[in-house]
Design a protein around this ligand. Structure first.
Ligand SMILES: Cc1cc2nc3c(=O)[nH]c(=O)nc-3n(C[C@H](O)[C@H](O)[C@H](O)COP(=O)(O)OP(=O)(O)OC[C@H]3O[C@@H](n4cnc5c(N)ncnc54)[C@H](O)[C@@H]3O)c2cc1C
Length: 408
């Protein structure tokens, strides 16, 4: 092999986490190749692309012209009985992004910085020598197998985490998975252009929730996820039986639909080993409350690139050195993940009646006013700490604690 052209880092997957890692590696002059099994980056898209504006700005990824489909300063939460808790914020806090365009934008930035992308190239297996990941076996478009060695392998393969399992690291918990249907619909009625609709209830979306994310052209991203049964059947039920959604979606037409899993179980205990780093969904860096994984995946990707670059500089890619990535992720996310896992457990524990009661109490106590100034929605542990001193929040948190102790 010509070592001058040999990559220093290879990346599995050109989703946001893989391409953002490539961008930050390439910026540091590290020869990087990304392998993507599909022929087009960002296709097929499976994601609602509902993302916090503040976090995008922090990552240097805003205003994203031509990628932002809509912005939101409000959310309406509905109980299965139709009780509404309306949250109106002072300024747009989230944006709906076209996920195909976002993935392509990040990949383009990485290419401009010097990273190479090979499409239609499926990584078959990791190459492992004496406990160190030393490269990849790739199947390319002409059906030939290629072996490629590199000191750093970054796994950004997404939720399947098939390759991660070859490392011996603990994979994401199957018990934390929910199964989602994401659709695009038109002919939706009675919704506000800049508000997201969220529907709870065991009969409609057990273990998660349903959503409508409107676009200015009158279409909307509509979906839900469940921890049991077929999400298609639950969506049908939401559209026909839910006291509010059935009216909003009575004339809706499904233009397209995709199916994908979301991991709500919190991050895997360790996301690195000798010569190997895992980022994004395959490391389950996803919010257990909302299933949002883009921001945490991108944030972790930047940290992975920093650690990989340091390891390459000192010529030591052992787990001991790469654990610096793990420590950074813990510093950044650990408190928020713990809080969000508790919130997820709390929501899952509530009966439909208690959910209804909870939304009523939120409105009565003025929780909407206490939350009006919120701009942070990703780091939900820190966000709660910030608002927890407001009288309405103290009362609401005390009430939630009681519900948690006596959920049914
Ligand atoms: C229905 C639904 C709605 C969602 N909505 C939101 C939302 O509103 N906001 C949000 O923040 N998050 C959302 N998410 C989560 C979000 O989609 C993921 O967290 C995010 O895509 C993770 O990025 P990633 O780069 O880790 O993985 P992915 O985006 O899954 O990218 C992985 C890439 O790796 C490629 N790949 C896999 N295996 C191989 C292989 N062996 N060889 C080569 N290439 C390979 C895949 O083709 C893919 O391109 C949603 C998820 C679902 C299912």
């Amino acid at each position: 092999m010509n070592t001058q052209n040999a990559p220093q880092a290879v990346i599995i997957g050109a989703g946001p986490a893989g391409s953002y890692t490539a961008l930050h590696l390439a910026k540091q002059g590290i020869k990087t190749i990304v392998f993507e099994e599909h022929t087009q980056i960002g296709q097929p898209a499976h994601c609602a692309g509902h993302i916090s504006i503040r976090s995008l700005k922090t990552l240097g990824l805003y205003p994203l012209e031509g990628i932002v489909e809509n912005t939101f300063c409000a959310a309406n939460f509905y109980s299965p009985q139709g009780t509404k808790f309306a949250l109106q914020l002072n300024c747009p806090v989230t944006a709906a992004l076209n996920r195909t365009y976002l993935d392509q934008y990040i990949a383009n930035q990485a290419q401009k910085a010097g990273a190479e992308f090979r499409l239609n190239s499926r990584v078959q297996t990791l190459l492992i020598q004496k406990g160190t990941i030393t490269g990849l076996k790739i199947k390319t478009n002409n059906n030939t197998d290629t072996l490629l060695r590199a000191p750093i392998v970054v796994d950004a393969e997404g939720i399947s985490s098939r390759l991660l399992r070859q490392t011996g690291l603990t994979p994401l918990k199957a018990s934390g998975l929910v199964y989602a249907i994401e659709t695009e619909m038109d002919n939706i009625e009675g919704i506000e252009e800049h508000a997201v609709e969220v529907y709870f209830g065991k009969g409609y979306a057990p273990g998660f929730y349903g959503w409508v994310i409107p676009k200015p052209d009158g279409t909307a991203k509509v979906g839900l996820a469940t921890n049991q049964g077929d999400p298609r059947n639950y969506l049908k039920r939401l559209m026909t039986k839910h006291p509010v959604a059935s009216k909003q979606l009575s004339k809706a037409k499904i233009l397209n639909a995709t199916y994908h899993a979301i991991s709500l179980g919190g991050p895997i205990p360790q996301a690195c080993s000798n010569g190997f780093l895992a980022v994004g969904d395959c490391a389950s860096q996803i919010k257990p409350t909302t299933g949002g994984g883009v921001i945490f995946g991108l944030t972790a990707a930047k940290e992975a690139a920093t650690t990989a670059s340091q390891a390459l500089t000192i010529g030591d890619v052992s787990t001991k050195v790469l654990m610096s990535y793990q420590r950074r992720c813990s510093e950044l996310f650990s408190f928020d993940f713990k809080t969000m896992l508790q919130l997820r457990r709390f929501l899952d524990s509530l009966s439909d009646e208690k959910l209804d009661e909870m939304l009523r109490v939120c409105s009565k106590l003025g929780v909407d006013k206490a939350l009006r100034g919120v701009t942070e929605i990703d780091y939900q542990g820190k966000m709660l700490l910030n608002v927890a001193t407001k009288p309405a929040m103290i009362a609401a948190l005390a009430y939630f604690a009681l519900l948690y102790l006596n959920p049914s």
